[in-house]
Design a protein around this ligand. Sequence first.
Ligand code: NAD
Length: 292
Amino acid sequence: MLILISDAFASNLPAKLARFGEVTDDKSRLPEADIVLVRSKTKCTREYIDEAKNLKMIIRGGVGLDNVDRQYAQQKGIVVHNTPKASSIAVAELAFALMIAVPNKIIPGHVSMSQGHWIKKELTRTELFGKTLGLIGVGLIGTEMAKRARAFGMKVIAYDKYLDEHPFAELKPTLDEVLAEADYVSLHTPLTDETKGMINKQTLAKMKDGAVLVNSGRGKCIVREDVAEALHSGKLGGYATDVWYSDPPENEPITSAPNVVMTPHIGASSKENLLRIGDIVEELIEDFVKNQ
Ligand code: NAD
């Protein structure tokens, strides 16, 4: 059996998987591979799947499956798995770090000092304590975010189209209600036809003036030109994001907009998470081998 590790996984993974067969990271061997391991970089499109003539299983180490054409894989009899539970802590910790960096002026403080300036008087901070966090999507990652926000003394409200109750967030029946009430809005939905572009000119207008938007969900859940415009006008007080239209972003209006805190899609990239993902990948392959 040939296992192709196509994206970045924990460095100990090839050794862990060696007992199942040959393990390679040589992408030119895709046509021979029985199992392909991807994160978000490799796009398992129709063409990719057609090239993988021997493929029986795709494992996406991570949550979102928007880089895998699941329907086509299924048609071809290829099993698709992801590792949905592994990444919640890693992503929530990064989302929280992005959120907390905005009112604490971590980026302007750091950048100005690295340029030799001391702008202590100019940097007025605000606190998260007593503010309202509005979560859009309150599944595994949103729930971890809610727990952390409550520990900081925030009120947590949420809109989740597919949930009726939640232990840590007060659910609101509409997106608009959350947008109108929240000081911080954090996106935690998958990218679907419903969520694509859900934060746009119209929905931004419903937010409080100066509210902060946090995005660790997917770049395309926002309309980037509209978010950039809202940052330039001051309608948005900040945009803290880990996710982009593409990795890396191209012709990106957000990177040069004011009051942005940004990371290069590293939400799931904690060392601990990669080890957890590796353990789950090993279990999935073990089950696959047993059922052969
Ligand atoms: P999850 O499935 O546990 O939670 C998603 C929640 O969104 C669910 O509760 C669902 O009901 C809700 N939802 C779906 N459609 C909605 C809609 N139209 N309106 C409102 N709510 C809706 O998933 P999760 O593990 O919490 O992950 C959430 C997303 O985070 C992933 O789909 C992925 O896009 C993103 N993610 C990003 C990174 C990163 O590196 N930044 C890593 C992992 C996941």
